[in-house]
Design a protein around this ligand. Structure first.
Ligand code: SME
Length: 163
């Protein structure tokens, strides 16, 4: 595994996301430990997606969403099911994209630099097991391209993370 940051800098966003998808496919086939897998997936995302200040996982537990492996500043360790962007993705069982977190009622601030956010639910069969949370300091950072590619990443990670 060799991440060449100079190469990444020369790629457009679509190529970066395609490379990211390839790396995640390899990780999923090489590693079945959920902590190792989530740790490297968040590191790959942070390396391959430009303009992110936070990328990581929240794990679904009976009592709420618990912080998992991530890249970025320290974050809220526990989120309830009824407040914030991650909780909305949990309740709706769908990707949530927020272009301006200031406009999102109940947004939970972990890093005040975050301006836009994308949350992707990950399933094992019917069970929602964890969520990937991405924060950007740029408003409206996430476009249709990111939605399409992260929907694919969500599918690749389906039935791979057993916690
Ligand atoms: N903003 C999230 C909380 C998690 S941090 O962004 C890492 C939310 O509203 O659920």
């Amino acid at each position: 595994m060799n991440i060449d940051l100079n190469k990444i800098a020369g790629l457009d966003d679509e190529k970066c996301l395609d490379e990211l998808i390839n790396f995640i496919r390899v990780q999923v086939s090489d590693e079945e430990n959920p902590i190792a897998l989530m740790a490297n997936v968040s590191a790959f995302i942070k390396a391959y997606v430009r303009d992110l200040n936070w990328a990581g996982f929240y794990i679904v537990r009976d009592e709420g969403l618990i912080l998992g492996p991530f890249q970025g500043l320290p974050a809220c360790t526990r989120l309830s099911f009824d407040k914030g962007v991650c909780a909305k993705a949990y309740r709706d069982r769908e990707i949530v994209k927020v272009d301006d977190v200031g406009e999102f009622k109940d947004h939970i601030v972990c890093d005040s630099n975050s301006k836009s956010e994308l949350v992707i639910p990950i399933f094992n069969e019917e069970d929602l097991v964890c969520l990937i949370d991405l924060d950007s300091p740029k408003p409206a950072r996430f476009t249709e391209l990111e939605l399409e590619k992260f929907r694919e990443i969500g599918q690749i990670l389906e039935n791979t993370i057993y916690l």
